[in-house]
Design a protein around this ligand. Structure first.
Ligand SMILES: [Zn+2]
Length: 408
């Protein structure tokens, strides 16, 4: 078999394209392959599919292809142009590459597979491509995948904010809680950030939303009320965010009490910060005894902690009436605790309680898609500070968008 026939076969080139020449360069470890076609074939205008004769060729272009063993392999060709009466002089598509890509489809597929498995700098080393080329592959894949996305019902959504980088720039993420995919990413965490998701939906899709898990964050509440029919029955304030607010209050109590104790040289609370923030069952084994001893002292933070742990029961009830009864008792306890941070947190929770107990109808939380959250966390740490949020967004859609990324 001749080398031209071999490469025609390896590249999968079909009529009218053939391989005219193959050059192997041992010193630079590369193979160059030239593709050409007979002069007399007709081509199709990419805009109107009219059949036309060859007009001329564009400048020769090069595409990176899958390596031939250890040799980097590059395909060269001059793209034919046709003169369409309606669309002017235009390039025809070539079967081995997407328009404007400098890689063949097969290479681009491989690059997508590698990028899905490792971080960008790892992929650049394995594939021997540049950082910008790797981002190009990801961006094209995401654009393709989003354009192909079918209209479907997303019944239970989670709205969450993520700090995009240091300096507290936020992104708003909308997730499909059942599929574990990121459906929408917007800059900032304003009402407009979430509006952008809702306005992209059809009325049937808006009607189809059954539950929206979110933090007690006014702009998200307003956006949802304005766009989602019967939003008040569908908004469910995320239990982990609610507990997070209470956790902060416990920490404030600890800090104040620690300061008071230290004023008289009492170091009881030194190094105890995380003990009070863990859920009871998550306190590390080696610190259990120490923590039990602390809890048996008459500390303010001990009382605050007990109230935090007690509130977790709110989400364990099955019957709303029992849940309400429990809530009223807890609220009385918290507001009579003489612990100001706890009282304040209890007030915040009371103002939002109607849409916390919607949990009994729709047991959703933002943490439902565990896989998704850890994936996003991984993307964030892998990126060690995305230089721009566009890259962060692209990476999230690429890894978590549930998109069909491959070139056709
Ligand atoms: Zn045309």
């Amino acid at each position: 078999m001749q080398d031209t026939a071999l490469y025609q076969y390896l590249l999968g080139l079909q009529s009218p394209w053939t391989v005219s020449r193959v050059n192997l360069d041992l010193n630079s470890q590369r193979v160059d392959v030239w593709a050409e076609h007979p002069e007399d074939v007709t081509w199709v205008c990419p805009h109107c599919t009219k059949t036309l004769p060859l007009y001329d060729h564009a400048e020769e272009r090069t595409w990176r292809h899958l390596d031939s063993c250890q040799f980097q392999t590059h395909l060269h060709a001059r793209i034919p142009r046709v003169a369409c009466g309606e669309h002017g002089v235009v390039q025809v598509p070539v079967p081995w590459a997407a328009p404007r890509s400098r890689f063949t489809l097969l290479f681009e597929r491989l690059a997508i597979d590698v990028l899905r498995q490792c971080d960008v700098s790892g992929a650049t080393r394995i594939l021997r491509i540049s950082w910008d080329e790797a981002w190009g592959v990801m961006q094209r894949a995401v654009t393709r995948g989003r354009a192909r996305k079918q209209v479907r019902m997303v019944r239970r959504i989670g709205v969450d904010e993520k700090a995009a980088a240091k300096g507290h720039r936020y992104l708003t993420l909308v997730c499909d809680l059942d599929e574990g995919t990121v459906e929408h990413i917007a800059e900032d965490r304003t009402q407009a950030s979430l509006d952008g998701y809702y306005t992209g939906l059809t009325q049937a899709q808006l009607d189809g939303i059954e539950a929206v898990a979110m933090d007690m964050w006014e702009p998200y509440i307003q956006a949802t009320r304005a766009q989602v029919p019967e939003a008040d029955e569908k908004i469910v304030f995320d239990r982990f965010h609610v507990m997070g607010h209470l956790g902060k209050a416990v920490d404030t109590v600890r800090k104040q009490e620690h300061r008071e104790l230290m004023a008289s040289g009492n170091e009881t609370l030194k190094g105890s910060k995380y003990l009070w923030l863990y859920s009871r069952e998550n306190v590390p084994e080696r610190r259990r005894e120490e923590f039990a001893a602390l809890r048996h002292q008459a500390l303010k933070v001990g009382r605050a902690w007990a109230m935090k742990e007690a509130l977790r029961r709110l989400w364990h009830y099955v019957y709303p009436a029992s849940g309400w009864k429990f809530w009223k008792r807890w609220y009385f306890w918290a507001t009579h605790s003489r612990l100001e941070p706890i009282r304040k947190a209890a007030e915040t929770i009371r103002r939002h309680i109607d849409n916390i107990v919607t949990y009994y109808q729709h047991p959703v939380t933002n943490a439902m898609s565990e896989g998704l959250n850890s994936q996003i966390q991984k993307i964030k740490s892998m990126a060690c500070g995305f230089r721009n949020t566009e890259h962060f967004k692209t990476a999230i859609y690429f890894h978590c968008g549930g998109l069909d990324l491959y070139p056709c």
